[in-house]
Design a protein around this ligand. Sequence first.
Ligand code: PLP
Length: 406
Amino acid sequence: MKRVYLDNAATTAVDPQVFQAMKPFFSKKYGNASEPHFWGQEARKAIDKARDQAASFLGCKSGEIVFTSCATESINLAHKGLLEALLQEFSNSKSQFSKKLHVITSSVEHKAVLESCRHLEKSGMAEVSYLPVDKFGMVKVADVEKAITPETILVSMMYVNNEVGTVEPIKEIGKLIKKINVSRITSRLSPIFFHTDATQAVQYLDCNVDKLGVDLLSLTGHKIYAPKGIGFLYQKKGTPLIRQQDGGDQEYRLRAGTENVPYIVALGQAIEKCSNVQNSKCSKKIEKLRDKLITNVLKIPGTKLTGHPTQRAPHIASFVIEGTEGEAILLHLSDKGIAASSGSACTSGLLQPSHVLTAMGIPAQWSHGSLRFSLGKDNTKQDIEYVAEILPVIIKKLRKMAPKGV
Ligand code: PLP
């Protein structure tokens, strides 16, 4: 049976070059990077190289990269680490904050951000504002500005939405925060720190941290052709953080635990390749295939594109399909050898309308039929043609089977 993988926003295959780069670090160059002997120093050098590769990609200093196990860990470290550090600082200095600290995020973030923010609320560390989005899933910069109070110390916004592909106005929010921070210096208020979850953006969008104006940036390796189980946090010099895992002194005392050298090497290699992909032929090819896929799907009656029509990442084509259940479409597609997703992979076990589509104001009778195709470097024109042939048949069949009124 023909097999077509269109779930690259959930995870990607490890790139053969990335795999080759990491291989020797399993059974030949297996030293512990904390050891002074040859094996240890060989591993240390490999980590240093990967850190340089990551820093060069983000346009930052190598010492500003903290390797973690994934984006979820990076996000938790950024949020909780910053809040704990600031609370400690303010309690020592009897600062201006008589009220609770305040965090701003959006209502369409990945669960890693939303749940971490809920922890900040539940533990009493901060109050959190979850900003609304427009019908395309985009946050308004003016809403961020309106939500800022003297107690705001963190804004956390995703760069690209993983369910609908909308690119959020990160550069504009970065500029706004910079401007507000200048006026905060004169009024002796703590600066606002800016975090972005760049997980779905890394492969395709400019992630230069100065241009974005971010202090913290999280990502994960397995969306960019590195293995699962590796990620990093960019921490701008001077951004206070308290580590969330006690133990050894690894990663500048911010992430205790013996470094996963092969995976760190893989992430370094994968991220270096990302700089070549952005604005490249490969990215243009993916965008073209995505547009073809969108055109084909929208030919089916009762289908709508979700997310922004133009401000969207090249790899995500997402839809709602009236009179169907996303999960049922996925199973039928899978029977025909096609992998796609309904909402994010992390929530697709639950038959609830996606929080992203709900926040975008999409009514339940549509959002239950959500479908996301996410393309990668190995997809072809034939893959898209195959979907165009199979999907209308599946939808027709499901609509026939559906009880009246669904
Ligand atoms: N943020 C976004 C936007 C994602 O798409 C994902 C994964 O789907 C994550 C965070 C979490 O990544 P990980 O599971 O590797 O920690």
